[in-house]
Write a protein that binds this ligand. Structure first.
Ligand code: ADP
Ligand code: ASP
Ligand code: MG
Length: 420
């Protein structure tokens, strides 16, 4: 029986007419081979950023529902154009919006979550022999409004469609050859990983490796979808995200990841009474703001108030401000300070669970570079440090070298790497 496959093409892979035609040819080849093919496309090139800019030019705080009406257009353009190009190659093709494709989400505009994929229309089109192009990054809410899934959301569309169809693979075509030991734009000798485990990929995606959106990895793990990340420009064998037991590579450190879009919020004079932290983080949660690192300083003997710092993504800053402004007085918090120029660098690796010394190597390496560590957080397989945004690239390169992750001849890492 014919296999069903989902192919997702990111923004740079459909940026201009020539690339749309190249993607169309790649899609048509799979159809020609007899597969049932669904392609999920992103908006072309910088279209989403341009749409955001257009909104900013007419409104200081654009209405979220209208923002989604606007942002969802980018992906529709790509799909309609690709369908035309595929038809010219002699294959029947149909483009669908997220709503037409049956992507049902909750009502959180601009950061909606997929609740269900009612894929009947996709299945009917596949049964009729059509190639189906689904607009990524969008759906329809339970209130029947158009929603979008947050930046990078087309990855999640692709995985959700693959899960709903029981596809044998979800191929994510992008502008790099796969998942690397660090962002290859920052570390030229970063090594492409043949496989990466879900566990590590989740930590990488949550700490800034935007090659796969975090939610797409979560969704794939929950629904057992095979993700194959590869280049849309070169043939190459890419990276497969596998279950822990399938992962044959067990290095100490798998990757160094980073983000320069972190903001730090510091609350000073926080009353040292039960319930205040609950009120602060409850208000942020209600506003849909994800909090990353949290530090609280103990109050001194004569001062019954504590200081509390935490980080949020820069894109959530406005919502965080609105949520906290309404709370300061009621909770008796004295003052609030914002630092928008923060970054974060993380080392991720399942091997660190059973090997001491990784944290020491991270801190020593950053220290040698004169990079000040502002905050630290850890999980069993990740160590993250908040540093000044302008030192992030130096930090990534230094850590990548310290753990010997580079792709040189003798770069093969021993199980104990450089952490000893
Ligand atoms: P697309 O438009 O195809 O969705 P993205 O820009 O969202 O592509 O993601 C691909 C980019 O992710 C790459 O161009 C690369 O700069 C960046 N990136 C960051 N960390 C990594 C990593 N560890 N491995 C591969 N790419 C990474
Ligand atoms: N176009 C959207 C973005 O730029 C979604 C995506 O490309 O995945 O974030
Ligand atoms: Mg992306």
């Amino acid at each position: 029986m014919a296999e069903t496959i989902v192919m997702k093409f990111g923004g740079s892979s459909v940026a201009d007419a020539q690339r749309i035609k190249a993607a169309a040819a790649r899609i048509a080849d799979r159809r020609k081979a007899g597969d049932r093919v669904v392609a999920v496309l992103s908006a072309r090139g910088d279209t989403t950023d341009e749409l955001l800019q257009m909104a900013a030019e007419v409104s200081e705080s654009p209405d979220p529902r209208e923002m989604d009406m606007l942002l969802s257009t980018g992906e529709r353009i790509s799909c309609a154009l690709a369908a035309m190009a595929i038809r010219d190659l002699g294959y029947d093709a149909i483009s669908l919006t997220g709503s037409q494709a049956g992507i049902v989400t909750d009502t959180s505009h601009t950061r909606a979550r997929i609740l269900d994929v009612r894929a009947d229309r996709i299945t009917e089109a596949l049964d009729a022999g059509q190639v189906v192009l689904v607009a990524g990054f969008q759906g329809v809410s339970t209130e029947k409004d158009v929603t979008t899934l947050g930046r990078g959301g087309s990855d999640t569309t692709a995985v959700a469609v693959a899960a709903a169809l029981g596809a044998s693979v979800c191929e994510i075509y992008t502008d790099v050859a796969g998942v690397f030991s660090a962002d290859p734009r920052i570390v030229p000798d970063a090594k492409k990983l043949g496989t990466v485990s879900f566990e590590e990929m989740l930590e990488m995606a949550s700490s800034g490796a935007k090659v796969l959106q975090l939610r797409s990895v979560e969704y794939a793990r929950t629904h057992g979808v095979r993700i194959h990340c590869r280049s849309s420009f070169d043939p190459g064998d890419g990276t497969i995200v596998v279950n822990e037991e399938e992962n044959v590579e067990h290095p100490l450190i798998t990757a160094v990841t980073h983000s320069t879009e972190e903001a730090r919020v510091t609350l000073s004079g926080v009353p040292d009474t039960p319930g205040v932290a609950g009120a602060v983080f409850g208000a942020l949660a209600d506003a849909g703001v994800n909090v990353d690192m949290i530090i609280q300083n103990e109050p001194t003997e004569d001062d019954k108030a504590a200081d509390m710092s935490f980080t949020v993504a820069t894109e959530d800053l406005r919502d965080a401000r609105a949520a906290l402004d309404g709370l300061m007085e009621a909770q008796g918090i004295q003052s609030i300070a914002w630092d928008e120029q923060m970054g974060k660098v993380s080392v991720v690796g399942a091997g660190m669970r059973s090997n001491p010394g990784v944290a020491a190597t991270v801190f020593r390496t950053l220290g040698e570079q004169g990079i000040n560590i502002e905050m630290i957080s850890t999980s069993p397989i990740k160590i993250s440090c908040v540093v000044s945004a302008d030192r992030v690239a130096d930090a990534v390169r230094a850590l990548h070298a310290a753990f010997d992750l580079g792709d040189d001849e003798d770069g093969a890492q021993t199980p104990h790497g450089a952490a000893r």
